[in-house]
Design a protein around this ligand. Structure first.
Ligand SMILES: NC(=O)c1ccc[n+]([C@@H]2O[C@H](COP(=O)([O-])OP(=O)(O)OC[C@H]3O[C@@H](n4cnc5c(N)ncnc54)[C@H](O)[C@@H]3O)[C@@H](O)[C@H]2O)c1
Length: 358
């Protein structure tokens, strides 16, 4: 099975190709390009006789501070406006490369080869780059999609289990937000951290085609695309308060559970909703596959989580902006009054999530 499809954007359409076994073959085709790759893949580049600038995939390297060194290096090696950039790695390498591609000589064409489940099912399309500045994560960024995205699901053979779980949680989130049919297709792929490259392929395609709907209808994150923040207001607060000991994908999974508990406290009854039940079962499995979760949650600094929850940039002065699930399973953006009573429900929702996994 292989697939190729186009994503429409205001800067033109771009192509996604999904094919098992395409990674190693592609590496040798990048002569003359400016290649930025995750250091993890150095041996595979050497094996293919391919050149690249290797960057360690850590948050401090997708930063404004780390960019000038790479830009100077590209200038010294003669990169000009005709040069194609190629990025090989997960979301960190993608964000850094997309940012540099968007500003270098006011914009280079680029190709992206995602290497993590998260990047394959989610971040590789949508065109966003997000760059850290000092202590602030994802503070600045641009929209500059690659021209081509080459996905080889076999590349995840070396990816640790928690990284797989994180990506699968993001895929579940996207498909759930897209609606009943997309989520049923996701579940039918039998998502698991042990799944083979062949079984991952249809899951990747379903997730990207679900996300395609959101980014084509709302490229710049003003309306429908905001729903993809499902789980993120709680999730970012958990991720930040644990200083990233709980990683992004797992935190989003925990955040979705908090969002469901929050609505239960406000009277929503999901007991007859099979879609919500399937989502919770799937998230339980993914979250528990990361064994340190219980210990990390036992130490969760609740007041810090609540402070961070309250500071989310999507909220207004008098209301919280939350992505919540209606009784019928539809995902909706809601503005909920900021009050002591609401904050008490937020706290209880988080406590219930901690009881579940802690
Ligand atoms: N721009 C966007 O739309 C967007 C969306 C979501 C997340 N992000 C960003 O993505 C980043 C997280 O990215 P990520 O989760 O894809 O991973 P990552 O790039 O942080 O990589 C995680 C780890 O996996 C390793 N790795 C990568 N591929 C591997 C492979 N095939 N085998 C073994 N190890 C491998 C890396 O070296 C690293 O140690 C965050 O900074 C987040 O903010 C961006």
């Amino acid at each position: 099975m292989s697939a190729s499809f186009e994503i429409g954007s205001s800067s033109g359409s771009y192509r996604v190709e999904v094919e098992c076994g395409s990674f190693q073959r592609s590496l040798s085709g990048f002569a003359g390009s400016a290649v930025i790759a995750d250091e993890f893949f150095k041996p595979r580049f050497e094996e293919a006789g391919a050149q690249a600038v290797f960057v360690e995939a850590v948050e401090t390297n997708k930063s404004l501070e780390a960019s000038p060194g790479l830009i100077e290096q590209m200038r010294r090696s003669g990169a000009n406006r005709q040069t194609r950039m190629v990025a090989v790695g997960g979301g960190i390498i993608q964000d850094l490369s997309a940012f540099i591609a968007s500003v270098y000589m006011r914009g280079l064409r680029w190709t992206y080869m995602p290497t993590t489940v998260l990047a394959m099912v989610d971040s590789c399309i949508g065109g966003k780059s997000s760059i850290n500045v000092g202590p602030y994560k994802n503070l600045v960024g641009t929209f500059h999609p690659p021209e081509v995205i080459l996905i080889d699901p076999e590349v995840i053979a070396t990816l640790p289990e928690d990284q797989r779980a994180s990506g699968l949680i993001e895929a579940a989130k996207i498909c759930f937000c897209r609606g009943e049919e997309a989520f049923a297709r996701h579940v039918a792929c039998k998502p698991s951290t042990q799944m083979s490259a062949e079984s991952l392929e249809p899951l990747i395609i379903n997730s990207l085609q679900s996300k395609k709907w959101f980014i084509e209808i709302d490229e710049f994150d003003k309306n429908e695309r905001l729903l993809l923040n499902f789980g993120h207001t709680f999730g970012h607060a958990i991720e930040g308060a644990t200083h990233f000991a709980i990683g992004h994908g797992i935190a989003v999974g925990l955040g979705i559970i908090c969002a469901l508990e929050f609505e239960r406290l406000r009277g929503v009854d999901y007991s007859g909703n099979k879609r919500v039940a399937a989502l919770e079962t799937h998230l339980d499995e993914m979250v528990r596959s990361w064994t340190p979760v219980a210990d990390e949650l036992k130490k969760l600094p609740m007041d810090d989580v609540l402070d961070r929850f309250g500071c989310d940039k999507k909220h207004g002065k008098d209301f919280y902006t939350l992505i919540l699930v209606a009784q019928n399973g539809d995902v909706e953006l809601r503005k909920v009054e900021r009050s002591d009573a609401t904050l008490a429900q937020v706290r209880t929702a988080i406590e219930r999530m901690v009881e579940r996994y802690g």
